[in-house]
Ligand binder design. Structure first.
Ligand SMILES: Nc1ncnc2c1ncn2[C@@H]1O[C@H](COP(=O)(O)OP(=O)(O)O)[C@@H](O)[C@H]1O
Ligand SMILES: [Mg+2]
Length: 259
């Protein structure tokens, strides 16, 4: 990873240390469906240090059409359709788009690299919008470096596993609602929103895991994905005793998106 990305529209976080830095990788601390998280301590030339998460993606699912189907694209044609919308604006060159649609070796390579940097770029937009997402630091071929949520003794628990008191549940509901408004304002849908892709740390909810996020307006399934996300998370919140109505929230979010 040779690039330190710069998010321009919002000042960089104060905890980010100065170049040149030294990174020490303490190894894996968490793993999810598709990725593994290593804890990295970065120490800057001024002696300050910060904790980063190195997300290492498992080998791409998108190697064959069969695997694409497993990944939720029902038919190759659906996949092609989806790619055009999801990635269309990134594959500007007709040659590249055709390669992806044909799933040639070159196309697969292109697609893989796009999926990798997609999470970084979406997170960057959300961070600029003020959505509570870990600050995106840099990305490489199959890796993505981001702010670590937690401290030197533990990673922040997923909301699903966190001990949230009844009093705090209202706070959680409010923060999720606010975060979702921010995400649609930025023009995106999370696409895999659940209590496993939200972290709870020091009374704050964090939205993570965004490689499948889609452009709300450009993706023909955008509103369906948004509805699915909202129903998912509201269902979980209600089972925990939270007061929230999925259809009402969905309507509010649509109003924010198109308002
Ligand atoms: N920035 C982070 N700080 C602390 N823990 C994280 C961070 N990002 C991810 N994790 C942990 O790693 C798990 C897997 O990461 P995630 O981005 O959800 O990938 P996936 O679920 O696709 O494997 C998360 O559920 C969470 O527990
Ligand atoms: Mg996850």
């Amino acid at each position: 990873m040779d690039q330190q990305a710069i998010v321009e529209d919002r000042p960089k976080p104060a905890w980010l240390v100065a170049e040149p830095w030294t990174d020490v990788n303490f190894g894996p601390v968490k793993s999810g469906k598709e990725a593994q998280i290593d804890l990295v301590e970065r120490t800057g030339s001024d002696g300050r240090s910060c904790l980063l998460a190195l997300k290492r993606y498992a080998p791409r699912k998108v190697a064959t059409k069969g695997q694409l189907e497993e990944a939720g694209f029902e038919r190759a044609s659906t996949f092609r359709h989806d790619v055009v919308y999801r990635e269309g604006r990134q594959f500007r060159k007709t040659r590249d788009r055709r390669a992806v649609e044909r799933m040639s070796t070159y196309g697969k390579r292109l697609l893989q690299s796009r999926w990798t940097d997609h999470e970084f770029l979406v997170t960057k937009r959300l961070w600029e919008e003020g959505v509570p997402v870990p600050y995106p630091v840099a990305y490489g071929d199959d890796e993505y470096l981001l702010e670590f949520i937690g401290d030197a003794t533990q990673a922040a628990p997923q909301l699903a596993q966190a001990r949230v008191s009844d009093d705090d549940l209202d706070l959680v509901v409010d923060q999720i609602v606010e975060g979702l408004h921010g995400i649609v304002r930025a023009g995106f849908v999370h696409g895999d929103l659940s209590a496993y892709n939200l972290l709870w740390w020091e009374d704050r909810v964090w939205f993570i895991d965004l490689p499948q996020a889609v452009d709300l307006a450009a993706n023909p399934q955008g509103l369906n994905y948004l509805h699915r996300d909202v129903v998912n998370i509201c269902g979980w919140l209600r089972r925990r005793g939270g007061e929230i109505d999925a259809e009402e929230l969905f309507a509010e979010l649509v109003a924010t998106a198109y308002g």
